[in-house]
Design a protein around this ligand. Structure first.
Ligand code: PEP
Ligand code: MN
Length: 302
């Protein structure tokens, strides 16, 4: 007999849809993630300079982003690569927030840093390398800030949901899942974008799902196509790396969009979002017709 999703994800019961909970909307400033609006998070991989951050914040806001991303603490594959500005980076993010009105998402890499990062960030990002760092997840959960949990690069969906369950168990309902690509035998791209995981999560889980086409692809020219696929798969939003001059970026320049490419990506998403909304409103119409018919039947009976 075929295993049900409830059985497969039995270790993450509170992440699954139920009659009481069909969708979680995570509140951020004056909007929500998972509440029906498609939310774009955009910004540089690393916070580098005041100019780089402000220019990017102002640009992505005008193009429709609601959240500014940028790493102040950077987990790097090479120990010799730029590790981030730390507290100074957080302060730059806070100024960018003040000037642009954008919310801030930024990574927290260790348990001890949670209070400091939570003071500046609207959303705490847990990176792929830390998905199963349960001491960090507990501390992040208890900070009270929404937590964006990136999928471990070698994590199954079940393991990912189990980590999300731990955050819920620590009293924080505001968990956002982020598909950022996984390791497979394919090496042409940085990772393999698992769009099917987005479709699956949207069917079985009430938690909002965000796609990261930048880290999934590793190449900027692939980012717009993966973003469209994410919309089609049902993602609640995107997190995308954008830099004023990707060739000069201190980290992840090859996968960062310049301002023109970001605008083109946002424009290119419009028809896909419209098609998705049309589908949803058609379903809505059908539902309301059914509801009206049901109400009439009740009246006739009663
Ligand atoms: C990032 O968002 O810059 C990052 C380091 O992401 P990940 O943890 O998915 O590699
Ligand atoms: Mn990056």
């Amino acid at each position: 007999m075929r295993e049900t999703w409830q059985e497969r994800f039995a270790e993450a019961p509170d992440c699954l849809k139920s009659t009481q909970r069909q969708q979680t909307a995570v509140p951020v400033l004056d909007f929500a993630i998972g509440g029906g609006d498609f939310v774009t998070m955009a910004g540089p991989c690393s916070v580098e300079t005041e100019f780089q951050l402000m220019a990017t914040a102002n640009h992505v806001r005008r193009a429709g982003a609601r959240i500014l991303r940028g790493g102040a603490f950077k987990p790097r594959s090479s120990p010799y690569a730029f590790q981030g500005h730390g507290l100074d980076g957080l302060k730059m993010l806070a100024r960018a927030r003040q000037e642009s009105g954008l919310a801030i998402v930024t990574e927290v890499m260790s348990e001890e840093l949670v209070p400091m990062v939570a003071e500046y960030a609207d959303i705490l990002q847990i990176g792929t390398r830390n998905m199963e760092n349960y001491a960090l997840l507990e501390a992040a959960a208890r900070s009270g800030r929404p937590v964006m949990l990136k999928r471990g690069m070698v994590a199954t969906v079940a393991e990912w949901l189990r980590a999300a369950q731990l955050i819920l168990d620590n009293g924080n309902p505001n968990v956002i899942l982020c598909e950022r690509g996984i390791r497979t035998f394919e090496t042409s791209m940085r990772n393999t974008f698992d769009a099917a995981s987005i479709a699956l999560l949207k069917q079985v889980s009430h938690l909002p799902v965000i796609a990261d086409p930048s880290h999934a692809a590793g190449h900027s020219e692939l980012v717009p196509a993966l973003a469209q696929i994410a919309v089609a798969a049902g993602a609640d939003g995107l997190i995308v790396e954008v830099h004023p001059n990707p060739a000069k970026a201190w980290s992840d320049g090859e996968q960062s969009l310049d301002f023109g490419a970001f605008d083109a990506m946002m424009d290119g998403l419009e028809p896909w979002l419209m098609a998705r909304n049309r589908g949803a409103s058609r379903r809505g119409t059908r539902n309301s017709r059914r509801e009206i018919a049901g109400a009439r039947a009740m009246e006739a009976v009663g």
